[in-house]
Design a protein around this ligand. Structure first.
Ligand SMILES: *Cc1c(COP(=O)(O)O)cnc(C)c1O
Length: 405
């Protein structure tokens, strides 16, 4: 087998080469995806799938959205990259767009979710030390959270399985059970720089925060001089049926992390900050060589514009509510789904079969979904799906669940 030009190779040969040459950090499914359009993707043999994984909540506009494709094509031929030593038009336009659409005043651009979390953690500590002194550095995060795979982000992640073998972790973190107000109240004190929470826990299994928990987090952090950071990397940008998930709760954080869907499939992350919180960083305090480069920023500007102008936030709310009802109906009728959790088009279904077996059975029948826990399937489809797409997915899911039950 020749590795230089893989055109015409069968899926099994591509998989064999990938297994030989790529470090084994992923337990991949035996599927080679070659093309995507809207909510559909095709494998190397030409088989079509409804994609309810959508790049793990990245492809919120569907695959190859024409506005994003056009923006990337055009910007690639104009100015792909320039250093953050200089200003660029797409980055400035994207920052303005994000600030206008949210309660935040300033943006820092990076390349991924973990990098947005790192930026938030560093900014929170710098801000706290400037304002309150060296003793204030602690970060309070939630049990069962997920914040990414870099050192600060895994430390913030309140799940031991992501820590094992990587110790020593970053000092100065503590964890409180999600949705337990009393525990949060006890954990936040004059040493706390920030509280970091996902408004809807994603990788942890799709658990929306209780309104009183986020409201208490806002009150407690404000009273005690700590910053509130929301990680909206998965739940933000329309996914839950609001532009930011925090809008459901009537709570505004000091800092909000975005990534995943921001670039319409192109890698980019962002940290949104209030003017006050942003004052924690000055020139030289943080940087990213590629952060918000013209190509990434042009893709994200097109993606955010499409998201808003094409009414996808509203569609996520409407079709999400419909899809949730259909899943609940399937569960009530068959007993194969025990619970459906989530908001908008960020849904988790607790199934009575092994979730991994259900994922494989769905894939066989042309539906991509993902198992977020041993008994929980996650659905994060593009936000422009129709009720018919949701019906088609529920139809395949029913067949698949029956087949493995
Ligand atoms: C995916 C995710 C991250 C990490 O993003 P990467 O781009 O993989 O670094 C962080 N937080 C949440 C909530 C996520 O869903």
């Amino acid at each position: 087998m020749k590795a230089e030009n893989l055109t015409g190779l069968a899926a099994t040969e591509i998989i064999a080469l990938a297994e030989k040459y790529i470090i084994k950090t992923y337990a991949r499914l035996p599927l080679v995806l070659v093309r995507g359009q809207g909510v559909r993707v095709w494998d190397a043999a030409g088989k079509e799938y409804l994609d309810f994984v959508a790049g793990l909540a990245v492809n919120s506009l569907g695959h190859c959205h024409p506005r994003v494709v056009a923006a990337i094509r055009e910007q690639a031929g104009v100015l792909m990259h320039c250093s953050n030593l200089y200003y660029s038009v797409p980055q400035t336009a994207l920052a303005e767009r994000l600030v206008r659409r949210t309660p935040f005043d300033r943006v820092f651009f990076c390349n991924s979710g973990a990098e947005a979390v790192e930026a938030a953690l560093k900014l929170a500590r710098k801000y706290a030390k400037k304002k309150w002194g060296a003793q204030r550095f602690e970060i309070v995060a939630a049990v069962n959270s997920f914040h990414g795979r870099t050192y600060g982000a895994i430390t913030a992640t309140g799940q031991p399985k992501y820590h094992q073998g990587f110790e020593p972790l970053v000092p100065g973190f503590r964890y409180v059970p999600f949705n337990e107000v009393a525990a949060l109240d006890e954990a936040v004190n004059e040493t706390t720089a920030a509280v970091l929470l996902e408004p809807v826990q994603g990788e942890g299994g799709i658990y929306p925060a209780a309104p009183e928990f986020l409201q208490a987090a806002r009150r407690i952090t404000r009273e005690r001089g700590a910053l509130l950071i929301f990680d909206e990397i998965q739940c933000g940008l329309g996914r839950t049926g609001r532009f930011l998930a925090q809008e459901h709760y009537g709570v505004t954080a000091d800092l909000t992390c975005l990534a995943k869907a921001l670039g319409g499939g192109f890698p980019i992350g962002a940290l949104l900050a209030t003017g006050e919180a942003a004052s924690g960083f000055g020139p030289g305090d943080h940087a990213a060589t590629f952060g918000g480069n013209p190509l990434a920023a042009a893709a994200a500007l097109a993606a955010v514009t499409a998201l808003v102008e094409e009414g996808l936030v509203e569609n996520a709310a409407a079709v999400g509510a419909y899809f949730k009802e259909r899943l609940e109906e399937l569960g009530a009728r068959t007993g194969l789904i025990r619970e459906v959790r989530g908001l908008g088009l960020m849904l988790g279904a607790v199934v009575t079969v092994e979730a991994k077996a259900a994922v494989a059975a769905c894939q066989e029948r042309g539906l991509l979904v993902n198992a977020v826990k041993d008994d929980t399937l996650r659905f994060v489809p593009p936000l422009n799906i129709t009720r018919q797409d949701a019906d088609a997915a529920v139809g395949i899911l029913e067949e698949a669940l029956r087949a493995v039950s």
